[in-house]
Design a protein around this ligand. Structure first.
Ligand code: ZN
Length: 259
């Protein structure tokens, strides 16, 4: 199909359908599986909510791929730790060990790119945070109260967060004093019109919601629809690469159970 330059430019300026990914965590096989599924859905843009690296064995390839494919990329706490911008004393021992491994493994080009990223952003009227609105780097939105606090200090029709590795869909109640919703399983479809929503796509590279498959979220902005997706990938290949890299065993075994 032929497309004029003007038509192509207008598509880029007003994305209608967006693939949201988060928490790739250097898991190349999970990222490749997600991008294949994303490509089949043919969105106008890909947005990434951060933690491209950390935990997993392929930081440089994941950074290059996310950078090349995404219209916006946020920085996460693991990315910041891996470029020496966040002290790993606040990390658990396994996270700290993997952050130090990642800092040694990252190329200059990839580390330099991560240094340019911010933990919060706004695009097409949607608010994007790695953690939360109150603390974009560190706060986990894992309770209704914390979700409510993020909703009250933002204005986007949809607020996107990552960081917890748990796919979530929460709507602000009409009176603005509570949020309702919870876990978003595979193929959950949310009609976003008529309420403000907080959505977490889940994690590409280290899911923690009991579903080991890689997660992503398709948002159709004009249709007011968000669809949660899960994609199987070669978990054992990532585990083998983690063993070969000398990364902590526990970080590989958790991938098989999605916790
Ligand atoms: Zn993460």
């Amino acid at each position: 199909m032929h497309q004029t330059a003007a038509a192509a430019a207008s598509v880029a300026a007003f994305p209608m359908r967006v693939a949201v990914i988060s928490d790739v965590h250097s898991n190349l096989h999970a990222l490749e599986a997600v991008l294949a599924d994303v490509d089949a859905a043919a969105p106008d843009e890909i947005w990434c909510l951060g933690d491209v690296v950390g935990y997993g064995p392929r930081p440089n390839e994941c950074a290059d791929m996310v950078r090349e494919r995404s219209a916006i990329v946020l920085v996460g706490n693991h990315d910041l730790a891996s470029i020496g911008k966040l002290d790993t004393r606040d990390f658990g021992p396994l996270a700290a060990e993997s952050a130090h491994w990642t800092e040694r493994a990252l190329g200059d080009e990839q580390a330099g790119w991560l240094r340019t990223l911010e933990p919060a952003g706004r695009r097409e009227g949607l608010d994007l945070f790695h953690g939360s609105a109150r603390d974009p780097v560190w706060e986990y939105v894992l309770s209704e109260q914390i979700a409510l606090e993020t909703m009250l200090v933002t204005s986007g029709a949809v607020v996107l967060v990552g960081h917890s590795h748990i796919a979530l869909a929460l709507a602000l109640a009409p009176d603005g004093t509570t949020v309702e919703g919870g876990l978003a399983r595979d193929e959950t479809v949310i009609e976003t019109a008529g309420a403000r929503w907080l959505l977490n796509p889940g994690s590409v590279g280290q899911p923690r919601d009991g579903d080991a498959r890689a997660a992503w979220l398709l948002i159709d902005i004009p249709a007011g629809r968000a669809t949660f997706r899960r994609v199987p990938y070669a978990i054992e290949q990532t585990q083998a690469e983690m063993r070969a890299a000398g990364l902590p065993q526990e970080l590989g075994s958790r991938l098989a159970v999605g916790m």
